[in-house]
Design a binder for this molecule. Sequence first.
Ligand SMILES: Cc1cc2nc3c(=O)[nH]c(=O)nc-3n(C[C@H](O)[C@H](O)[C@H](O)COP(=O)(O)OP(=O)(O)OC[C@H]3O[C@@H](n4cnc5c(N)ncnc54)[C@H](O)[C@@H]3O)c2cc1C
Length: 482
Amino acid sequence: MSPPPVLLWFRQDLRLSDNPAVDAAARADAPLLALFVLEESEDHRPLGRAARWWLHGSLDRLARDIETRGGRLLLRRGNPTRILPEVITESGARSLLANQRFGAPGTSDATLFETLRVDGVSVRLFNGTLLHHPDALTTKSGTSFKVFTPFWKTLSIALTEDLAPGSPLPTPPRLDAPDDHPRSDNLEDWTLLPLRPDWAGGLRDAWTPGEAGARDRLDRFLEDPVDRYAEGRDLPGQALTSRLSPHLRFGEISPNQVLATCRGNRSPGAAAFLREVGWREFCHHLLHRNPDMAHRPLREEYTRFPWAGEAEAAASLTAWTQGRTGYPIVDASLRELWHTGWMHNRIRMIAASFLIKDLLVPWQEGERWFWDTLVDACPANNAAGWQWVAGCGADAAPFFRIFNPVTQSQKFDPKGLYLRRWLPELAALPDAALHAPWTAAPLELASAKVRLGETYPHPIIDHGQARKRALAALKSLTSPAP
Ligand SMILES: Cc1cc2nc3c(=O)[nH]c(=O)nc-3n(C[C@H](O)[C@H](O)[C@H](O)COP(=O)(O)OP(=O)(O)OC[C@H]3O[C@@H](n4cnc5c(N)ncnc54)[C@H](O)[C@@H]3O)c2cc1C
């Protein structure tokens, strides 16, 4: 009689290599029951549409990778507190292996695992998501880090000392499934892909979800762009960043693999790149301590921020999401997002600053739009990114530092490579007029076939006045109540 299977629960770690839970399962002298649960429960934030598209591709790939090693991926949907005991009863599994999730969703993991343990199931958890367990990295006084530079310094030292994660774990050659395999859902039935209209064409052109796609992205980045990353990472018109974010988000590659692959590269580009991977780590540590970070400002006083009235904020949000604010750099960014499910970091900061500070729309609205439309929508990085721009997060840009969308555009896209790609209706304008079409001479507009208010909108707001309004709003927040 074959031994009871080991249950391996995949979550944000959709890969077979350098996956400690997979490695442990492959070493157990028992068949392996690999499970993914499409979580539906009150304390679980449903994935946005772009992330659902990604998840479909990622699971499809993972299932095939498991099958080539003799296994099968079991798919179920619902609340894990119901699904896991069900699968355990159906399969006779007595042990569960999984990689930990840090932060959201609250404490439900701990409760679930405790219940299983009480029922006699052995539960082993690993860290396959971060370079360090958030509880293992603290300040000298034992508190959590709130500032990135000392965090990164401490983590960098830890990575070169005995706390360093080991060499990446290999992909197991065999992952044999039990003879009696419980019933699985069909991935197609989950309708993670859009039906009609099929808006995912741009996503399909831009991305290859899955472990092999992640590896390929990293290899291509390290072949050349990494050398120009230190200066080039702020230039949205050129592909000089890694675009690994959705792969890291779904755990198709581990930060440990990224680190190990870059280790021999001593260039400033590689150092700057690893520092950004360090920001990912920092954001996850913040989320671990602040699970409600997507809604609640880390700086308490910002809960009282005087945002624009409801009707104005709603109209502004619509114009912003549709890329029709009349500020080319902002509009290009929202169109890139809609088309590809991704946005360059510099541009995320400009777009977010415009929504929060020029339009005075609560940052949580922007966070929600990104959550729905980004393929890399991440509970930690997205919330931390929005709070950083809004000035209410940890180590955040101060609120009074308000990006000027025109000068940012001139500085980081001087030749208009990015703008022309996403705003074809402005492409024929000369460089000098492209960043602020309302300043163009009538003849320039006419020869570029631009009719403001018809082919491209007038600016939704005057940036100079918006800036003054935002600073006044900030002042009201910091002045003592009368
Ligand atoms: C308002 C706002 C929202 C954001 N939302 C997300 C999000 O939902 N998901 C997400 O992964 N990133 C988010 N970021 C961070 C950053 O913009 C993206 O990680 C980055 O643009 C991804 O591109 P890349 O993979 O080419 O990055 P690279 O420059 O190649 O960096 C390598 C990796 O480091 C991490 N990283 C880079 N920059 C940051 C950063 N500022 N904060 C945290 N981690 C970082 C990412 O995992 C990234 O893949 C947000 C930033 C802002 C300002």
